[in-house]
Design a protein around this ligand. Sequence first.
Ligand code: SF4
Ligand code: SF4
Ligand code: FES
Length: 909
Amino acid sequence: MAKIYIDNQEFEVEEQNSLLQTCLSLGFNLPYFCWHPALGSVGACRQCAVKQFKDEQDTQGRLVMSCMTPASDGARISIEDPEATAFRASVIEWLMTNHPHDCPVCEEGGECHLQDMTVLTGHTYRRFRFKKRTFTNQYLGPFLNHEMNRCIACYRCVRFYQDYAGGTDLQVFNTHHHVYFGRHEDGILDNEFSGNLAEVCPTGVFTDKPFSRHYSRKWDLRGAPSVCVHCSLGCNTNPNERYGRLKRTLNRYNHQVNGYFLCDRGRFGGDFVNNEQRLRQPRLHKTNGFQPEPVAQEQALQYLARLLSETKSIIGIGSPRASLEANFALRTLVGEEHFYSGLSGPEATLIATAAHILQNGPARIPSLQEVEQADAILVLGEDLLNTAPRLALSLRQAVRQKAWGIAEELHIPPWQDMSVREASQQQKSPLFMATSTATNLDELATHTYRGAPADLARLGFAVAHCLDPEAPAVPDLTPPQQALAESIAESLKKARRPLIISGVSSQNQALLEAAGNVAWALDHHRQHPAYLYLTLPECNSLGAHLLGGASLDKAFKAAAEGKVETAIILENDLYHQADQVAVETFLKQVKHVVVIDHLHHNTMAQAEIALPASTFAESDGTLVSSEGRAQRFFQVFVPENDIQESWRWLSKAMAAAGRKEGGWQRLDELTYACAGAINSLNSLGSITRAAPGAEFRIQGMRIPREPHRYSGRTAMTADLNVHEPRPPSDPDSPFSFSMEGYPRQPPSATIPYFWAPAWNSIQSVNKFQEEVGGPLRGGSPGARLIEPRPKAKIAYFTQIPPAFERRKEQWLVLPLHHIFGSEALSALAPAIAERVPAPYLALTPEDGAQLKLDSGDEVSLTLGGKIYRLPVRYQNALPPGTAGIPWGLPTLRGIISLPAWGQLSKGTP
Ligand code: SF4
Ligand code: SF4
Ligand code: FES
């Protein structure tokens, strides 16, 4: 600890931080631009100047940049010193000489760090009377607007984009006062984290383009804490609404999960909530061959109640994208033995394997923050940027452990960003990428290894054997494979925090088992658990598994045996989970099909009753991320029409049928019932700790979803009726649907928006943290359900697959994941839809030449008895004898079981 003096007050502080970070953590309002807690200091803007004194006798002092000066023992500074104050005011004046002062038409207005800092420094009068520099703006794609005249040249954008996120197409051009931040020419910014620029840029240069289409000022937006539903990582979000539309999604800081950043799928994918394909009223499809008719809610419930009373064999099919509560409500309605998880057979097996490894072994699932601390990493079979994007961003930071180690030896503090980079000269910690295709992390890798999934698994098993001879040996390894396995094992053994990452995207059981073996074998060499992260397909895949229920295939089997008269399908398009023929057969075999979901889809088109379900933005519930973290999402707004939570439909149906069970009126009752029912080791017993319940009050008050400046409560509906509408009541959460309520910081899991006096921008998050850049006050939201079992007796997996062998005139078709397109809901958001690739078939040039195919030629792929005609795209990195097709694109969604052997022929077969 260090003793420092700020304006003659004494403080005990952490010595490793900069003075700026220290002052902000102590609550001082010191202005800054170029510094960012995740990016460190570069001293570019000169905005954070303070006066530093040598000792008590020094009355002169000197100006220093607080972001570049350590909070060392005995440091004496003054923030209030007149010279420092005047300097900061003049800095902002010169930074703004070319700024257009167009706040009234700027979308950043009202949440602009530049506005806040201008007010904070007292720069209130514009003296510059000359012509301003003007720039041409660029088209940067569907996610971001570009208005370069507002730039103050703080360099945060390029530092985030290039140094932090690994992007290459955003650059700095020109010099002097003509510095330009943009692309070399108009075009889509192609880094998958580009949307963060809207929060990183302290002015209105980069703003959220989809939000522009239906823009509202920050103070007019209603928000609630939420969780991203577009992959399994569980990034925390703050979605915003006005006029019944989801307007945008902001990052919600969670120190242990997403920190300051989201991926573009998560930031822009939520627009599916506004999709025209939303089901807004119940529909009854009385007779096959007739169009479904909209019916009143009561009529639909009566119809459903009659089905529940009159049909004998009812099953429920749950969903890995629905909340635990919705799944549990269905499980209660149909009974445990008639509840199916909604996961396909192979996927259910893979997720069960992952859960078994994580629940029963000594390895720890790291949070994303812990991932960033890992100092040796092996990735087995996952193209992380496309399957778990935010995890890929964390790996980019993890490989800098080496740089921070070098800096530590040289006594360079970690926040001295440029000095750390120069001292380390791009040296990186060991990262081994073993994947079937090229990934964007390859450029950081110590070694990349390409192979079919079986070969990747064999490498993993070999590494485990090198670490612990008790782990099974791999037969027939080539000498280079053996050498690589030994080198990976050596690196992992030496590391303080080794990390193994795999997942289910390759749909290969052996890969998961190999990853488990490596993590368990490492345990022999260590005092502390090794890290093991296994990515899963959907936002509640792990929750759906923990809840239990047989796989979809078993439901199909029950229907084929004539054991299913009625099926209730929850938030699940079965065509995404199983083969088209199998789904069609099932839907024909079941007499009554009930679907509860948000959007029209093929399964819903064949339902006898379709009930409109609320999305994540219109409901509350709990999801379990692949970290095993149970997190609560809260309703942002009350949807119009008959849309309501799936669990409410089910609860009302049970009541209408006169059932004793169920009958929940409030979410808490359901959450507690679920936690009580499924409370075995490492299971759902702790989900009630994920966030405060609906009864929670602070000083008797609810937490407001609307900021205190929210405007237009009467005017918003004045075209219909001039009166102030009564806000809806909320039995399910501690939030109010208004600006009334507790005005200060609520518990960390219930922060609906970040704002503090004088801090209107997202930088106000500083005021919510224990120390700037650290956890939120009250801890990081969520409850971890799975912890390592240090002394667990493990049994190594022993099924080592044979090496991949190519077949004559057949290709092993692999699923290739895409951040935009492979996840169904986000692909419905218009901005994301613009980035979804066209279908293609990937092939190595050598294999293409064998078939006399050029890149772009049409090829016929025969797979599972069907023929798909696709253009060829060459990919050098694919293992010879394999081909790849994009996973999950609408036109290819019927292909569920991959990898699979297929035939290729030029043109029509
Ligand atoms: S565009 Fe924004 S982030 Fe980039 S230098 Fe200009 S003001 Fe800073
Ligand atoms: S990484 Fe996954 S959870 Fe996080 S924002 Fe992206 S899609 Fe959402
Ligand atoms: S914040 Fe210190 S110089 Fe920019």
